[in-house]
Design a protein around this ligand. Sequence first.
Ligand SMILES: NC(=O)c1ccc[n+]([C@@H]2O[C@H](COP(=O)([O-])OP(=O)(O)OC[C@H]3O[C@@H](n4cnc5c(N)ncnc54)[C@H](O)[C@@H]3O)[C@@H](O)[C@H]2O)c1
Ligand SMILES: O=C(O)[C@H](O)[C@H](O)COP(=O)(O)O
Length: 380
Amino acid sequence: MKIVADENMAALEPLFASLGSITSLPGRDIGPEQVADADALLVRSVTKVDEALLRAAPKLRFVGTATIGTDHLDTAALARRGIPWSNAPGCNAEAVGEYVLTALLLLAQRQGVELSQRRVGVVGLGNTGSAVARRLQALGIEVLCCDPPKAAQRAAGTWHELDTLLAECDVITLHVPLITEGQGATVNLLDEARLGMLKSGAWLVNACRGEVIDNPALVRVKRKRPDLKLVLDVWANEPHPLADLVALAEIATAHIAGYSREGKIRGSQMLHRALMQQKQQPQQTPALASLLPDSPLPAQQIESKLDQTELLSLMSGVYDLAAEDRLFRAALPDGFDRRRKANLARREFSAQTLYIADPSQAKRLAQLGFTVKEKSEDGV
Ligand SMILES: NC(=O)c1ccc[n+]([C@@H]2O[C@H](COP(=O)([O-])OP(=O)(O)OC[C@H]3O[C@@H](n4cnc5c(N)ncnc54)[C@H](O)[C@@H]3O)[C@@H](O)[C@H]2O)c1
Ligand SMILES: O=C(O)[C@H](O)[C@H](O)COP(=O)(O)O
C-alpha cells in the first residue's frame, strides 16, 4: 500500500509504517503528480483535494484529513468517485480552548481590565467553541451561546441570535465551520454591517476560518473604530494575510490555535482508526501516551488562589502566545508556514502537573486542562 502524507502530520511512522510505504511531502506541494500511484492520501488543511487531484489518482481508496475543518475537501467529488474519507473531529479542540483563553487573558492584561468583568459570546458550540466556553465558565465568566443548527435541533442550552451576541457581548469568539454556499453559509458571516454592530470596546476573536469575516471590511471598520481589539489566528487567503489587517490586530498568529503535539497525534490516531476500519483490519491504534514525548515541564506547587496575572503567567509557561505573536509579525511576509511548523511541538496544559491542596483551586485548574494532583506531604 502506498501512502502519500503531509510531512507535518504527527506520528506518521509509528502509526502508518506497518501498513505500507509512506511518502511524506509539504502539504502545499501535494498535487496530481504526487498522488498518481497512491492508495491512501493523508492531508491537512493546506492540501486541496478536488476533482483534478482525484482524477490523477486512479488507485486511491482512502482520503483522511487530520483536521476538524473539511472545507479543503471536495466531498461531492469524493462521493462520486466512491472514495471513503474521514476527518478528525475534536482532535485539537483543547488546544483551541487553551489558545482563546490565553489570548483573552493576555488582552485583558494589556488593556488593564479583568476578564471576569466581560461577557463573552461564543459563536458555534461544537468541539472548539464548547472547549472555549467550558474554560471561561470555569473562571466564572458569563458566556452567551449562538448556534442556530443546535438551536434548531433543540439541543440542551440557552441559544441566542448572532445579532443579540453582537449587541450584548464584550467579546465575540468565532468557532463555526466555513460553509461557502447554501442557506447555512458562513462565508463573510461577519460582513461590514455585522462588524459595525460590535459593542463599543468589543474584542473579536477568530480561530475558525479567515473567510468567516470579510477581511477587507474588517480593515475598514477597525480603522474607524480603534476601540475594537482583534485576536486573529486565521486569515482570508492564507498563507498571505492582508498586511494591513495583521498590523491592526492586537494578537496575530499563523493558524496555530489548534496546534498542539497532543492534538496533532489525536488527529493521526483518528485517521489510523478510520483507515483500519476501511480496510477491515483489526489493528489496534497505539495510545496517545505511547506516542507523546515526556513533558519537558517541571511540576509546580500552587499554594494560593491565582489572580489573573498569575494565571496568565502559569499558562504562558506552557505556551508563550505573546512571543508567538511577535515571531509571527517578524516572519511576514513569507514566513506564515514557517511559524506553523515552529508550533508543532507546543504542548497542551495537561503537560503541566500542578500540586494543589485547596480543592476549589484544584477543580478550577483541572477544568482549564492542567494535570492536577493533591499536594504531597513534602511538596513537589
Ligand atoms: N484555528 C485553528 O487552528 C482551528 C482548529 C480547529 C478548528 N478550526 C476551525 O473551526 C471550525 C469549528 O471547529 P469545531 O471543532 O468546533 O467544529 P464542530 O463541527 O464541532 O462545531 C461547529 C459548530 O458550529 C455550528 N454552526 C454552524 N453554522 C453556524 C452559524 N452560522 N452560527 C453559529 N454556529 C454555527 C455547528 O452547529 C456546530 O455546533 C472548524 O470547522 C475549523 O474550520 C480551526
Ligand atoms: O480544521 C482544523 O482542524 C484546524 O484548522 C487545524 O488546526 C489546521 O491545521 P493544519 O491542518 O493546517 O495543520
